[in-house]
Write a protein that binds this ligand. Sequence first.
Ligand SMILES: Cc1cc2nc3c(=O)[nH]c(=O)nc-3n(C[C@H](O)[C@H](O)[C@H](O)COP(=O)(O)O)c2cc1C
Length: 192
Amino acid sequence: MRPTIAIIIGSTRPGRQGANVARWVLENASARDDAAFEIIDLVEADLPPLDEAMPPAAGRYTHRHTIAWARTIERFDGYIFVTPEYNHGYPGSLKNALDRVYAEWNNKSAGFVAYGVDGGVRAVEQLRQVVGTLKLADVTPQVSLNMNRDFADFINFTPRAHQSTALTAMLDEVIDWAAALHPLRQRASKVG
Ligand SMILES: Cc1cc2nc3c(=O)[nH]c(=O)nc-3n(C[C@H](O)[C@H](O)[C@H](O)COP(=O)(O)O)c2cc1C
C-alpha cells in the first residue's frame, strides 16, 4: 500500500513558526513517491476545549466540529506532528486535538518534528507518552530543530543541511510502519 500521511501543525498562535516548519516538511516529503502527504492545520480545525459528554474511545461524537475532526483524522495512515516546546511541554492545542477522537488514531504511525531552544526534545518525550495510549506507533528517528541554529535571529527558518537527512530517516520509518500496520487497521474496520 502507498500510505497517506498527515503533517499536523501543533501550534495555533498568530505568527507561529509551525506553519513554516510544516511547509518545509511537505516540500521535502513531496519529493518521495512512496507516500502522499497533506498539511492539517489546527487553526482551520478550530476545535474548542473538549466539549463531548462521552469519552472519545466510545466513538459517540455529537458536535459537528468533533465529527469533522474524526473524518479528517481517519483519512490518514500516519501522522507527523510538528510541535514547538511551550514551557517544556507541547502546546495545549495539540493535546486537545489528540484527545478529541480515539479510534481514528489507532494502529497508525507517528513521527515528530520539534523545535525549541533545545530542539523541542522535551515536547516530543511528552508526546511519545501520550500517543501510545492512542495506539499510535511512534518511530525513534525525529527532527529536532534548534531555535538558535535553525532559525536565523530566532525568526527566519533556515534549517541546517543535516536536518533534511534527519527528516528523511523519520519519514522512512513513518511510511514503513504505516504500511506494516495496515492489516491491523483492516481487521479493526471489519470488526467495527
Ligand atoms: C508560551 C510559550 C512558551 C515557550 N516555552 C518554551 C520552552 O519551554 N522551551 C523552548 O525551547 N522554547 C519555548 N518557547 C519559545 C518557542 O520555542 C518559540 O517561540 C517557537 O517559535 C514557538 O512555536 P510557534 O512559533 O509555532 O508558536 C516558548 C514560546 C511560547 C509562546
